[in-house]
Design a protein around this ligand. Sequence first.
Ligand code: NAI
Length: 311
Amino acid sequence: MPYDFTDQVALITGSGGGLGRAHALAFARRGAAVVINDLGGARDGGGSRDGGLLEEGTAQTAAEKVVQEIIDRGGKAISNGGNVTSETDMQAMVDQTLSAFGRVDILVNNAGILRDKTFTKMELADFEMVMNVHLMGSVLATRAVIPAMQAQEFGRIVMTTSSSGLYGNFGQSNYGAAKLGILGLTNTLKLELFKFGIRVNALAPVAATRMTDDIIPPQMLALLTPESVSPAVLYLCGKDAPTGEIITAGAGTFARAKIMESEGLFLGLDATPEMIAEHWEKLSDMTTAKTYRQGSDQSQKFITNAFENMV
Ligand code: NAI
């Protein structure tokens, strides 16, 4: 069964609540040993140890509670209170995982915070903090697990992106930038890690969690269960997982998102803005749009078009 995770080890950042907890319970139910990482912070990240705003002694409570839930249901789990923005903490998390379970097959980069404000009113510190937790947090956790995954010649990494990064959301320039940055990371890692048996994909979820409880109307929140999103993560971690894909998931609907480009139109090396305006309809026609496996495939299109039209 490709979605049986017995003898596999899944590490999920920010899994002390919300979506991460739902993913952890889903993996544990299908046999995985799970590492519950969470520093137990507030929604805006004010709980980070560096920020010093966390109440003494609460740092691991959220993670430990989820561990207990898993153990009570007959599963295997350990907790880790590391901060995803700390390289030392992420290395320690992987070391702890390897000494407890001997391997790490799955990493779900899920930890996140929100600091919403319109761009011009936003403090730069809030921009940087959100970039740091989402983007650098995903970078640091991923770097820490790669050596073990390479040695095993097997790994599944799921990044957590967002519709905010894919399409934009008012008041979320920091969050959207970080979430689209995560897709840039995914697009390159899918190329670099494939030969090691490591597949890297992204999830764009929508769920009722503390992150959305004051953003989404209450009658919609009831449908948006975190548990309804987790099957997408399990799919991306199966033996036959794709790589470089984006799955969107919410309230029982699953879809694929893609960055696409129109075929375009060769206007010549001496093209003018007036020509672009004149031909906009044709060159922007998305009915024959394509996606590319890597950036150089797009360059190839430009060169081929030029050759075909000029030579
Ligand atoms: P949440 O706030 O319930 O969960 C995030 C968890 O990450 C919290 O338990 C928090 O303590 C932990 N965390 C925060 N900073 C951390 C750090 N530096 N180190 C370790 N742990 C840290 O929120 P939710 O909704 O479950 O979010 C999970 C992921 O899904 C996030 O990446 C979020 O951006 C993403 N997402 C959620 C959406 C939604 O509709 N809920 C929509 C799109 C994306």
